[in-house]
Ligand binder design. Sequence first.
Ligand code: PEP
Ligand code: MG
Length: 321
Amino acid sequence: EQRSLVRLRVAATRTRDGVDIALMANAESRDDVARARQLGAAGVGLLRTEFLFLQRTEVPDEEEQYAACRDAVLAMEGRPVTLRTLDLGADKADASGIALPREPNPALGLRGVRLALARPALLRTQLRAMLRASAHGPVRILVPMVSQREEMLAVRRHLRECERELRREGHPVGAHTPLGAMIEVPAAAFALATLLDTMDFVSIGTNDLIQYLLAADRGNDAVGALFSPLHPAVIRALHEILAACRRTRKPASICGEMAGDPQYTRLLLALGLTELSMHPANILEVRAAVRRCELSALRRRAGALLRARDRSAVERAVARL
Ligand code: PEP
Ligand code: MG
């Protein structure tokens, strides 16, 4: 078993009927990026840049952030690297260099893009570092916790200004850096058609999307049993998001934990995903699961997933895929 997983490092991530699925890595350290490369990841689907800020007292400057982003891009040797802007707040609050406001309900508070837009100097330092890294290979920039058009428009304005600044200063910058949004707030999922023109791509963050859809804290064991990727609301949300992306031909991927769990691979492919991003430790198992799939058959049977009315019915529908 171990030996066959090792052989999977160099195997194609292709379904039995010949469709290539992109398995990307979620990374929150240099080691994760190195492992992603070793395991044949198609790119980095989510670089959690918070790792540069957590457990320290000073905020990393542009040079340090640039070096970290550039090294990730170089390590992936031409494969795309998705750099997420700072997603501090709520469950990611241990960055003492940035004084986070004390809030009664941090998961619904100033986190992700909200915090970034409240501290534009912080955001612009990050965007500059990311744009400079884009001179070394394909970079995509991903914005967390988006719920309003204005947020994407504001980030895009900052991005454009930073790019102009850098060129004026003589820094090389990649020709086109796509800007995308995490879809992890229910409002963004269900009104995605009203937001998509502000985005070049989307990445579905099921950890937060499930938390907010089901009103179940992702880190609270007392409601752990409620936190389920198989609740019909989650299946319907994924279906709606992917339908909106298909209609406007926007690339969509998924980077929540469920993407790395091989028991959900058939479900995600049936719903129409062709790009999954996960912790490097899950890549080989998910690749093995993809290689067992017959994509056209999965897609034909996807309707049953949407008709299921409770979690166990969804489970049965997944088992029959
Ligand atoms: C998510 O919310 O699904 C996600 C991938 O981001 P994070 O876990 O960093 O919040
Ligand atoms: Mg999230």
